[in-house]
Ligand binder design. Structure first.
Ligand SMILES: [Zn+2]
Length: 161
């Protein structure tokens, strides 16, 4: 994706109030992120482990969503990210829920997905970050990226309503 500025990033959120958007923790090293290798940009709030954020490009511009990270159960098990299909052990995948945008969100509706806890799906796909195990697939990297962005797009569509 194209590099994003802090201002563009803050302006992209669809499921936050203006106040929340102004207060949320944005990484200070935006300029040095590996944008060429990112299908979307996700990060955790270092001072609030239950908060995560995700920004993606869409035909209508940048879309950002704030996510709640469910507490880990601590059970040793493998689980798979629903976006990039990387298999992780134990807490490498988290259930993250996004409040829906607008009226539905105000009524308490949310959308959840199991996502790589560090939101580094793009780097796992490209082999730039190692999760220990990936399912063997005969499809190309381009096809995997396509599948990931389409799953992500479907999720964002549900959040934005
Ligand atoms: Zn993932």
């Amino acid at each position: 994706m194209n590099p994003v500025t802090e201002a563009a990033l803050r302006a992209s959120f669809v499921n936050c109030t203006k106040g929340e958007t102004q207060r949320l923790a944005v990484p200070k090293d935006l300029a040095t992120r590996p944008w060429d290798d990112l299908d979307f940009f996700g990060w955790r709030d270092p001072s609030a482990p239950e908060r995560a954020y995700l920004i993606a490009e869409s035909p209508t511009g940048l879309v950002g969503v704030a996510l709640r990270v469910a507490a880990q159960t601590g059970q040793a098990r493998r689980s798979m990210c629903s976006f990039c299909l990387t298999t992780h052990t134990a807490d490498g995948v988290s259930l993250m829920t996004a409040r829906k945008a607008g009226k539905e969100g105000r009524q308490g509706n949310s959308v959840g997905a199991y996502i790589c806890t560090d939101l580094a799906c793009s780097l796992y796909l490209r082999g730039k970050k190692d999760a220990g195990r990936r399912i063997d697939e005969s499809i190309t990297l381009e096809q995997k990226i396509e599948r990931t962005t389409s799953s992500l797009g479907a999720f964002l569509h549900k959040v934005a309503g």
